[in-house]
Design a protein around this ligand. Structure first.
Ligand SMILES: NC(=O)c1ccc[n+]([C@@H]2O[C@H](COP(=O)([O-])OP(=O)(O)OC[C@H]3O[C@@H](n4cnc5c(N)ncnc54)[C@H](O)[C@@H]3O)[C@@H](O)[C@H]2O)c1
Length: 360
């Protein structure tokens, strides 16, 4: 997809170009900057390089989490842009994790029929997945990402300095989406991840983030509108989204990355049952055990226990509403082997019941 807007070498240069001061060149040309930012950064310090940007441009604060991915919050943001005088040629800078960038990208892609926007992901999950690939989504009636657009930002500014303040639980969430990328596409990366774990002090985040988002970019470049290849990125997501919907209904906190992790265990179990080679069955089982170990780690065991207690019938109710389905058939992703995925695989309710009941 062509990107016609300029990329800025640093937050300072970005500010120079988008400053709303009357003296700034871009302001005179009618290009000004507005920020939608995760409200966590009212109390948590942003990396120093971004202080000036946050101080000088008008900011609309977003309380992050699944609840911000709603039409109501989109309307608040549209109204704020309108009241602030944001025009068709202005730029919206969106700073935050995946829920903030999903909301912000939707707002930017629809305000005045679409304004230029820049994403600055601040979570690991955002850096390896949510901010990459030009999709956004809002939840509707308890269904994840039921509304959204395909719309590319002019720039995704990745800076691992944001990770210094990220809580352990959010590192685990991002690690799950990174695991997904490795499991569907990169056996060597998965082997390395298996020896480390999300909280290993020796992780070189710059390299891991770069490898994770390179996998996503490569897939998205082949199939931007998700007609085929891109569907493999949904590995673990059909069950993951069903768990998130069930959790929202029960008013229980189950994070997206975490739910996807549990969904991948279920999908790996399905893959074991369908794998032809014994060696593949063994490595798929081993992957499932590794994910369980990470998810069950001491501080994260409560949501894990809640997830695995859900009945397959209850989850199936949500799986039937998944937007990847065709003609009432649930279509999901499984692996042939580590690093190779197969998408559009039909799964029947009976089979899912057997898989879910024996996977944990
Ligand atoms: N559009 C896509 O292609 C795509 C892909 C994958 C996931 N997603 C979406 O991403 C969302 C999950 O994103 P997420 O896991 O980033 O959740 P999130 O945006 O809710 O952020 C998680 C928490 O971390 C806090 N936080 C963010 N950055 C921080 C930092 N640097 N320091 C301290 N705290 C910080 C937030 O305030 C929040 O409490 C889901 O809604 C999912 O559907 C979208």
């Amino acid at each position: 997809m062509a990107q016609s807007h300029k990329q800025y070498a640093s937050p300072e240069l970005l500010l120079d170009h988008l400053s709303n001061d009357d003296s700034s060149m871009e302001s005179q040309r009618g290009t000004r900057g507005f920020i939608l930012c995760d409200s966590a950064f009212r109390s948590v310090s942003a990396p120093v390089a971004y202080h000036e940007l946050l101080n000088r441009l008008p900011v609309h604060w977003i309380d992050a989490g699944e609840r911000c991915k709603s039409l109501e919050k989109a309307q608040d943001a549209w109204s704020w842009l309108e009241a602030s005088g944001a025009g068709r040629f202005d730029t919206l800078i969106i700073i935050g994790g995946g829920t903030t960038t999903d909301l912000g990208a939707f707002v930017a892609s629809t305000y005045k029929r679409g304004v230029n926007f820049i994403l600055i992901p601040t979570t690991l999950l955002g850096m390896v997945d949510a901010a990459i690939g030009g999709k956004n989504g809002l939840n509707l009636n308890g269904i994840k990402n039921a509304i959204g657009t395909f719309s590319e930002p002019s720039e995704v500014r990745i800076d691992v300095n944001w990770l210094h303040t990220l809580p352990r639980r959010e590192i685990l969430n991002g690690w799950m989406e990174l695991s997904k990328h490795a499991l569907i596409r990169d056996k060597a990366l998965w082997s390395e991840m298996q020896t480390l774990g999300p909280h290993d002090s020796g992780i070189d985040w710059s390299r891991f983030v770069q490898e994770g988002n390179a996998i996503k970019k490569e897939i998205v470049e082949i199939d931007f509108h998700e007609q085929g290849e891109r569907k493999q990125l949904n590995f673990g997501h059909t069950v993951g989204h069903a768990l998130e919907s069930a959790a929202a209904e029960a008013n229980i906190a189950v994070d997206h990355g975490f739910a996807v992790g549990v969904g991948m265990i279920s999908a790996l179990h399905w893959s074991v049952l369908n794998a032809e080679k014994i060696t593949d069955q063994e490595s798929l089982k081993e992957a499932s055990e590794t994910l369980k170990r990470w998810l069950k780690s001491e501080s994260e065991s409560a949501p894990y226990n809640w997830c695995i207690k859900q009945s397959p019938e209850h989850l199936w109710r949500f799986m039937l509403k998944d937007k990847k389905n065709k003609a009432n058939t649930v279509l999901d992703v499984r692996l042939h082997e580590i690093g190779a995925a197969k998408w559009d695989c039909p799964i029947a309710e009976n089979d899912f019941e057997i898989i879910w009941m024996s996977a944990f």
